[in-house]
Design a protein around this ligand. Structure first.
Ligand SMILES: *[C@@H]1O[C@H](CO)[C@@H](O)[C@H](O)[C@H]1NC(C)=O
Ligand SMILES: *[C@@H]1O[C@H](CO)[C@@H](O)[C@H](O)[C@H]1NC(C)=O
Ligand SMILES: *[C@@H]1O[C@H](CO)[C@@H](O)[C@H](O)[C@H]1NC(C)=O
Ligand SMILES: *[C@@H]1O[C@H](CO)[C@@H](O)[C@H](O)[C@H]1NC(C)=O
Ligand SMILES: *[C@@H]1O[C@H](CO)[C@@H](O)[C@H](O)[C@H]1NC(C)=O
Ligand SMILES: *[C@@H]1O[C@H](CO)[C@@H](O)[C@H](O)[C@H]1NC(C)=O
Ligand SMILES: [Zn+2]
Length: 299
């Protein structure tokens, strides 16, 4: 048997403490992937969240948006308008989410990047009026952002999110907002089955969009998302927003806001469906030039 002096005991104690700290750090990292990360210290989000070069959300400056004639309109036909979905509405600790169940008909969206299957819809909100959305248009935040998460048929890792921004109205909670009753998911892991959700009632009538390549807006911030941010907003009852601001997170604390700060655009160019001005063809350009020349000669 060896003699152990107090220095050795101290050293062993320190080693045990270090191991415990490392384990705690590891646990923290793994927990981050399942929803316990914190919106108050976003600079601590690790990995690609910090080092990535196509992170989301972004501030969309409309004057810098490029018109692209290779984009096509989003097609939400059939299942979006003509059928309803069943699924589970859950408080997942950082947001509330409706997950369509496997017995519902597939809800499909044709996008310029392929044919995608709708998976789930969830919300991002703020703790006071004037904040809430993740994406900003010309620096302006909306009060709520609705994310329709899709994955490509045949490639579940390829994600596309259709994003709808919302401001508030003063109407009572009714329609789709009553169906997705957030009061019933006040605490972490509360859930209930939703029958007959009309998803298209969460979309504006006009579905023109801004398109860019980005990431998930929560850790681990995977850079696998095609973003379609609709130009037109919907409205949400202010009373519903109040309920969202009071739901509890995984620790039992109030999840009073859950939007990520905007990320650098880097070299990315936000695009929109082409028309007129920027896609002016060379022949019409030449015709305009000829017309100007004639006008100039006439003066
Ligand atoms: C729905 O999509 C899945 C692929 O995610 C496919 O296996 C299934 O056949 C589709 N169901 C229908 C009714 O199209
Ligand atoms: C909202 O959250 C921000 C960021 O944590 C905080 O600075 C601000 O005081 C909060 N406002 C209210 C009204 O709680
Ligand atoms: C939402 O659920 C709460 C709690 O169950 C209930 O009191 C309230 O009436 C419901 N709201 C609507 C609009 O159905
Ligand atoms: C949420 O949890 C609190 C205790 O933390 C409890 O008082 C309350 O009834 C719970 N709410 C719901 C809707 O279950
Ligand atoms: C739904 O709630 C039950 C407890 O009432 C829980 O065991 C289950 O994990 C929850 N489901 C989800 C998807 O959170
Ligand atoms: C869903 O709501 C839209 C309007 O928001 C309506 O045009 C459509 O008929 C509804 N679909 C169903 C199946 O109720
Ligand atoms: Zn989201």
């Amino acid at each position: 048997m060896r003699n152990i002096n107090s220095d050795q005991i101290y050293a062993r104690g320190m080693k045990t403490l270090l191991v415990a700290l490392c384990l705690a750090a590891l646990l923290q990292t793994s927990l981050a992937a399942d929803g316990s990360f914190n919106y108050n210290d976003q600079s601590q989000w690790g990995g690609v969240c910090t080092t990535g070069e196509r992170q989301s959300p972004i501030n969309i400056m409309t004057a810098d948006v490029a018109q692209s004639s290779s984009l096509t309109p989003l097609d939400f036909s059939n299942s979006w308008e003509e059928t309803t979905s069943n699924g589970i509405f859950t408080n997942i600790g950082r947001t509330v989410k409706f997950l369509v169940d496997s017995t519902s008909p597939n809800v499909t969206t044709r996008m310029p990047v392929g044919i995608y299957k709708f998976l789930q819809v969830h919300f991002h909100w703020g703790n006071r009026s004037g904040v809430g959305s993740e994406h900003r248009i010309n620096g302006q935040q909306s009060e709520l952002e609705v994310h329709f998460v899709h994955s490509r048929y045949g490639n579940p890792n390829a994600l596309a999110v259709v994003s709808v921004l919302a401001d508030t109205n003063t109407r009572p909670i009714s329609g789709v907002w009553a169906t997705l009753n957030a009061s019933r998911v006040a605490n972490f892991s509360d859930n209930f089955t939703v029958y007959g959700l009309n998803l298209s009632s969460l979309l504006p009538t006009n579905r023109d969009y801004y398109y860019y390549e980005g990431s998930l807006t929560t850790p681990l911030c995977d850079e696998t998302v095609q973003w379609f941010v609709l130009k037109n907003q919907i409205t949400v009852p202010a009373a519903y927003l109040e309920v969202l601001r009071s739901v509890r997170d995984i620790t039992g604390g109030v999840q009073d806001y859950n939007y990520r700060q905007v990320q650098p655009l880097g070299g990315r160019i936000v695009q929109t469906l082409g028309s007129s001005a920027a896609t002016i063809s060379s022949s019409s350009y030449l015709m305009a030039l000829a017309l100007l020349t004639i006008l100039a000669m006439a003066v």
